[in-house]
Design a protein around this ligand. Structure first.
Ligand SMILES: *Cc1c(COP(=O)(O)O)cnc(C)c1O
Length: 388
């Protein structure tokens, strides 16, 4: 029996045709497809600037640098995220700290954030940047976070790697109404894919210009940005230290084609989630709670085991599911418990709610092409795994 993965891309004939067309064209990189993809995402989000890059990790790095994050600064994020949400701060030479999660939403807890900010203000170590991760696609409490940012003067990056196609207070994630920059990932397990790929969006022309330089070696061909008049038509200047974070035309063409199905993808994920909610109702598991302010992109469907009601361990349930061909996963191992972060002095107990989540969470299969029959197989395997 084939294993049902927890996530997987959906590739149509239109996607294949779009990529092949680029292969036969004049440009494999730095052609028209990247701006087309950027325009499609910007228009979906209702945001002014979009920069496609080779991964969300690169987008997070550029976002932090463009906000001026550097040595002596602090970046704060949630422990329950992929390591990239924290590493971007370390790339810039800044220090990283975490804020524990909300027990229901599993996103950064606004109350814990407020408390920690109050202490940090007294200690003189307020963060410069907060990375708000929309875990599973569910938006963070951005209104509360924005209010705190106004009071304490930090910048906000939304890590919306899980959340494209979702909404917050009726407005698409990526509108940047509550943040400086929003970042998306297009890794194949995410909601839409470009194989590898990411994007940073912003309403700030200044931040967009900075990120545009950082994406391509710090090089400009814009006479306005140069220190002196151009030497000739060949001329460019390196005016900052940047990277090669560019997205290829092949990836962007795939992205444009996938964007056409974004709303259908998220709608299908909601159908699947509703069905899971219903079919899991009698089992000793906690299904995902959804805040009324948000419409989740539903990248992930995470259940928590009610361990006091079953005689099996988290690990036993997980292994039974894997053995039954259900490709469950765990999102995420709290970042502060990773050896690299332990060496900075973090202790597992520093963020108890994140640890509680980690002891019980399991991501069930959730992707566009998951069939009802496959979903029934997941439910039946889970039912057995909980009692076996
Ligand atoms: C996937 C992911 C990333 C990194 O995305 P890449 O495109 O693989 O670099 C960052 N943050 C979160 C929350 C993610 O899920």
């Amino acid at each position: 029996m084939q294993t049902i993965p927890y996530g997987r891309q959906d590739i149509s004939q239109a996607d294949v045709d779009a990529v092949v067309e680029v292969l036969r064209s004049d440009f494999l990189t730095q052609g028209p497809a990247v701006p087309r993809f950027e325009a499609a995402v910007a228009s979906h989000c209702g945001v002014s600037h979009a920069l496609a890059v080779n991964s969300a990790t690169s987008a997070l790095h550029m976002a932090c640098l463009s906000l001026g994050l550097g040595p002596g600064d602090w970046l704060w994020t949630s422990p329950v995220t992929f390591v990239a949400s924290a590493n971007c701060g370390l790339y810039c030479g800044a220090q990283v700290d975490f804020v524990d999660i909300d027990p229901r939403a599993y996103n950064i807890c606004p109350g814990a954030l407020a408390d920690k900010l109050e202490q940090a203000e007294r200690a003189g170590c307020l963060p410069k940047v907060l990375v708000a991760v929309h875990l599973c696609g569910q938006p963070c409490d951005m209104r509360a976070i924005k209010l705190l940012s106004q009071r304490y003067g930090f910048k906000i990056i939304e890590d919306a790697s899980h959340a494209i196609g979702g909404k917050y207070l009726g407005v698409p994630i990526g509108s940047c109404q509550y943040s400086d920059i929003t970042v998306f990932s297009f890794h194949p397990v995410k909601i839409i894919t470009t194989a590898e790929g990411g994007m940073a969006v912003t309403n700030s022309a200044e931040l967009a210009a900075k990120m545009s330089l950082l994406r391509s070696h710090g090089i400009t061909r814009d006479p306005e940005q140069m220190t002196h008049e151009s030497d000739g038509p060949w001329y460019y200047q390196q005016i900052d230290l940047g990277f090669n974070y560019r997205m290829t035309e092949l990836q962007a063409a795939l992205g444009v084609s996938q964007m056409e199905r974004l709303s259908a993808y998220v709608a299908r994920r909601h159908e699947l989630a509703d069905r899971y909610d219903e079919l899991l109702a009698g089992l000793p598991v906690t299904t995902p709670w959804q805040h009324a302010d948000g419409y989740s992109g539903l990248h992930l469907y995470v259940i928590r085991l009610q361990l006091d009601k079953i005689n099996r361990s988290h690990r036993q349930v997980f292994e039974s599911l894997r053995n039954a061909g259900i490709g469950v996963n765990l999102h995420y191992i709290p970042v502060h418990t990773q050896p690299y972060f332990q060496r900075m002095g973090f202790k597992p107990a520093d963020f108890p709610r994140s640890m509680g989540y980690y002891r019980e969470a399991i991501s069930l299969p959730m992707f566009q092409a998951l069939t009802d029959a496959q979903q029934d197989r997941v439910i039946s395997a889970l039912g057995k795994a909980l009692v076996a």
